[in-house]
Design a protein around this ligand. Structure first.
Ligand code: FAD
Length: 351
């Protein structure tokens, strides 16, 4: 971590007791545990919605090892965590990746996001799981020239594609959803998928097939081999079909939807001690080598660590006690049960 505190670095920054990086199940339960101790949290996640791996990778799968819930859908668990955390009014900043973390001379922290939102925090909790979710890149020779301008891994505004010649790559829900949404706007749309089976919802596949049958879009089974362009503008995708022939699809925008990967990402550059892609912590406070910066959930490691949601829940409960000392150095922390403490029940809005 750099100690590069420029004068005015925190001017205009959002002042926060605690910033939680990551809104997976551990980040969400952290809001609750901090809230019981009277600590308000800001939560930042690069995804558009909370839930981390549960919502992004397996929302409909049942989980069987959450204590006292014999079976619980992964998205249902996220919804329940959000409901439980609601009384504490955490502020969510979704769709923003935390790119920078600096320690300031007074041992508070400056965090900067991909949207240039700045936070000045007393304590930072990294609940970043396996890292930020990132779209799988197209990775073709020469494709870098078109990245960011003609290759779009997400659609900010459907209107941007009006009247364009589009090629959409992929066979999952994102590829099919955008095929259905952009077909009426595009001048021409080709969906390219490497095989005849689709992972997307059957209803979307049926609707897409109808558009193909009505001659409104083209479906090509094959793989993109290269992209060509002129003056920095992509003009065609060279495709190898599953029959082995090559042909060109004229296009001026490419939308690859090959799914998401998880990368440790910017966390690796913050000067926090790492063991591989994990952050070593102690098992009393779950603090990193930087005092005031904690790591909970899948991103941390210690002897005996299990990457389970219930382990993360235990970690956030213990960790919150130490965060209290940073946020309220002069206040004594009294251990209380939610069943019997009127003060906790008031915080929960039930007394
Ligand atoms: P995550 O859920 O990974 O969330 C981390 C969040 O941090 C992500 O949303 C990410 O976008 C965000 N993030 C990371 N870096 C940044 C950054 N720089 N800026 C902004 N945001 C960032 N566990 C069980 O206990 N029981 C099970 O049955 C079970 N089944 C599973 C099945 C599958 C298919 C998978 C993949 C996992 C399963 N797990 C299960 C594991 C469980 O999902 C993880 O242990 C849990 O999600 C970890 O939670 P987390 O909050 O630590 O991290």
């Amino acid at each position: 971590m750099t100690e590069s505190f420029a004068n005015g670095a925190v001017d205009g920054a959002i002042q926060a007791d605690v910033v939680i990086v990551g809104a997976g199940p551990c980040g969400l339960f952290q809001i609750f545990e901090l809230g019981l101790l009277g600590i308000h949290a800001h939560v930042i996640d690069s995804l558009k919605h909370p839930g981390g791996q549960c919502s992004e990778l397996y929302p409909e799968k049942p989980i069987y090892d959450i204590p006292a819930l014999p079976v619980c859908g992964a998205q249902e668990l996220v919804d329940r965590l959000l409901q439980q955390a609601k009384p504490f009014n955490a502020q969510f900043h979704m769709g923003e990746e935390v790119t920078e973390l600096q320690v300031l001379p007074d041992h508070t922290f400056l965090l900067v996001t991909s949207r240039d939102t700045r936070f000045h925090a007393r304590t930072v909790i990294i609940a970043g799981g396996l890292g930020s979710f990132q779209p799988r890149r197209i990775g073709l020779e020469g494709s870098e020239a078109f990245e960011g301008r003609h290759i779009h891994y997400k659609v900010k505004s459907a209107g941007d594609f009006t009247g364009k010649h589009l090629v959409i790559f992929g066979g999952g829900d994102s590829a099919l959803d955008w095929t259905l949404n952009l077909a009426p706007l595009a001048s021409h749309l080709t969906l390219l998928h490497r095989r005849a089976e689709f992972r997307a919802a059957p209803d979307s596949v049926n609707k897409m097939m109808k558009l193909v049958g009505d001659g409104k879009i083209d479906l090509v089974l094959g793989q993109v081999a290269s992209l060509e362009g002129q003056d920095g503008q992509v003009t065609k995708a060279i495709v190898k079909t599953n029959e082995g022939s090559d042909f060109h699809i004229a296009c001026d925008a490419i939308l690859p939807f090959f799914g998401l990967t998880m990368k440790l990402g910017p966390v690796a550059k913050w000067g926090i001690k790492l063991e591989g892609n994990l952050i070593p912590v102690d098992t009393e406070k779950f603090e990193t080598n930087i005092p005031g910066v904690f790591a909970v959930g899948d991103i941390n490691t210690y002897p005996g660590k299990l990457k389970l949601i219930l382990s993360g829940f235990h970690e956030v409960a213990l960790m919150s006690q130490k965060a209290h000392r940073y946020v309220y150095p002069d206040k004594r922390l009294v251990f209380q049960y939610t069943t019997s403490s009127t003060s906790l029940q008031k915080k929960l809005g039930v007394a």
